[in-house]
Design a protein around this ligand. Structure first.
Ligand SMILES: Cc1ncc(COP(=O)(O)O)c(C=O)c1O
Length: 495
């Protein structure tokens, strides 16, 4: 093999034929988790609708080189964005009726961008507040913390009840002060799939003159369909007074390819401070509704095609299949000794924990992986035990019957293997090490001992039980530092 044939080389001296290059991409993909087939319970959203991938890919290709930088240059993109915002608004309590609020919105690249912009809009609407703060339940998505960090806004975490996994309205009220510009809540939370008491939270936010953002990135495209199917769904959208903005990700349960979320505001004046405009340079006057400036039309066109192809009837059918799958998986968990549902499933998440000290969840996750089920371990946090998270999508429905027996088998194997034995020195390190004391040498040594680092790159395996056990034993600040260092080791150029 000459250098140019090396798959780790993006820029060969002599270009390679298209077929060959595509083959390389496919070869690289072989080490990935399975995006289709209903056995991966995180990262991907698969409706298992024949032909949908091809349609979305064709629409994406049609618009991949269209630039959202200037909506007047590419009216096609503006039309598709407005259509997506309209669909999300109508689903979430906006619309055209005389009583419906005059909702406006923007298409962003994902949930994180939507949340950052919700925080930015709230912050910039209050220039009189010099040290703005946001009140956020600890179960809300980490992207709020990222927004606070990027925007230099102080995050006031609101504790949640360890049984209901929701904040009480009183706890939210207690976290609101005169400098609070935004109060957040989830519909539902990612980790446990439970809907916060949105009406109460929005009411105390409004009383304090703060905005209230409902993070429906995860569930905003499922809760309305579930409600239509008769599932009890508490009020969470613009029908609730005091809700000022809502985010919903189309690349999650709208089953669009990655790169599309919608941020909605109850009225145009609330959206205005989200925009950024700059004319004080000799180039084009820049006006950006979202963080990115140049934006590909690909994801927007793919989302537009996906929504139009599936339609309301399609989403209703997919929500019903997902709901059946959730019930089936939850029954399987409930029927397996040593496991307990952490929350009664009320949306599209199944989350469980271990009730048996001899059954280590992180070992169980590895055993499930060995059986072709890719679940997501969640570390212990505060009063909350470690848990296993399943994001359930429609593609899981035909697989449900296979899950119960494999789960029972994996539990038996995890019990037989016993809890992961974290070497005493690692346990001591996790308990006592200050994040600032982590040296590159220490990190490199740890990574080598744990089998992480570049050697575990393409085709390598995901972190196993021992890594999760180490992180679980460490406080959050050390978890963050360790993971930053580990990912830094993975992200190294290949030449
Ligand atoms: C509730 C919630 N909010 C925000 C996000 C962040 O979305 P993204 O990963 O698209 O940035 C997620 C992602 O899972 C989520 O579940």
């Amino acid at each position: 093999m000459n250098d140019d044939e090396d798959i780790g080389r993006a820029l060969p001296e002599r270009g390679l034929p298209a077929e060959r290059v595509l083959g390389d991409v496919r070869a690289l993909r072989k080490g990935d988790r399975p995006t289709h087939g209903g056995r991966l319970f995180a990262y991907v959203y698969d409706p298992a609708v024949p032909g949908l991938d091809e349609l979305a890919a064709a629409a994406h290709a049609e618009c991949a080189h269209v630039n959202g930088l200037d909506p007047t240059a590419f009216p096609s993109l503006l039309a598709m964005e407005n259509a997506l915002v309209g669909a999300a608004s109508r689903l979430l309590g906006g619309g055209t009726g005389t009583t419906a609020p005059d909702v406006v919105g923007s298409v962003t690249s994902g949930g994180t961008e939507s949340l950052i912009l919700a925080v930015k809009a709230a912050r910039d609407a209050r220039p009189d507040i010099t040290a703005p703060r946001i009140a956020v339940p600890v179960t809300a998505h980490a992207a709020f913390a990222k927004a606070a960090h990027y925007l230099r806004v102080t995050l006031d975490p609101v504790p949640v009840d360890p049984v209901t996994l929701r904040p009480s309205v009183a706890a939210v009220a207690a976290a609101i002060g005169p400098d609070t510009v935004l109060v957040a809540c989830s519909a539902p939370s990612y980790a446990h799939g439970v809907v916060d008491p949105v009406a109460g939270i929005a009411s105390v936010a409004a009383e304090a003159g703060a905005r209230c953002h409902v993070d429906a990135c995860f569930g905003g495209w499922t809760l309305p369909w579930l409600r239509r199917l008769g599932v009890p769904v508490p009020p969470f959208d613009f029908a609730v007074a005091g809700v000022t903005s809502i985010s919903v990700d189309l690349h999650k349960y709208a089953y669009a390819p990655k790169g599309v979320s919608v941020l909605l505001h109850r009225e145009p004046a609330l959206r205005a401070p989200q925009f950024f405009a700059y004319a004080d340079w000799p180039g084009y006057t820049m006006v950006n509704p979202v963080i990115a400036s140049t934006r590909s039309g690909g994801p927007i066109a793919a989302a537009y095609a996906t929504l139009r192809h599936l339609g309301e009837d399609g989403y209703l059918r997919l929500a019903a299949a997902t709901r059946d799958a959730v019930v089936g998986l939850a029954d399987a968990v409930g029927g397996t000794g040593g496991l307990r549902l952490l929350a009664e499933p009320e949306s599209t998440v199944v989350c469980f924990t271990s009730t048996d000290p001899g059954l280590d969840l992180f070992v169980l996750v590895d055993e499930l992986t060995a059986r072709g089920w890719h679940t997501q371990p969640q570390l212990a946090y505060g009063d909350l035990p470690a848990s296993v998270h399943l994001t359930v999508t429609a593609a899981v429905a035909p697989r449900v019957a296979e899950f119960g027996p494999d789960l029972a088998d994996a539990v038996a194997a995890a019990r037989a293997a016993g809890p992961v034995g974290l070497p005493a020195e690692l346990a001591a390190l996790a308990a006592t090490l200050s994040p600032d004391a982590l040296t590159p040498e220490l990190v490199a040594g740890l990574a080598a001992a744990l089998g992480l680092g570049p050697a575990a790159g393409p085709g390598g395996s995901a972190p196993g039980a021992i890594v999760n056990a180490l992180l679980d034993a460490a406080p959050p600040a050390l978890r963050e530092r360790l993971l930053v260092e580990f990912v830094g080791l993975l992200q190294r150029p290949t030449y």
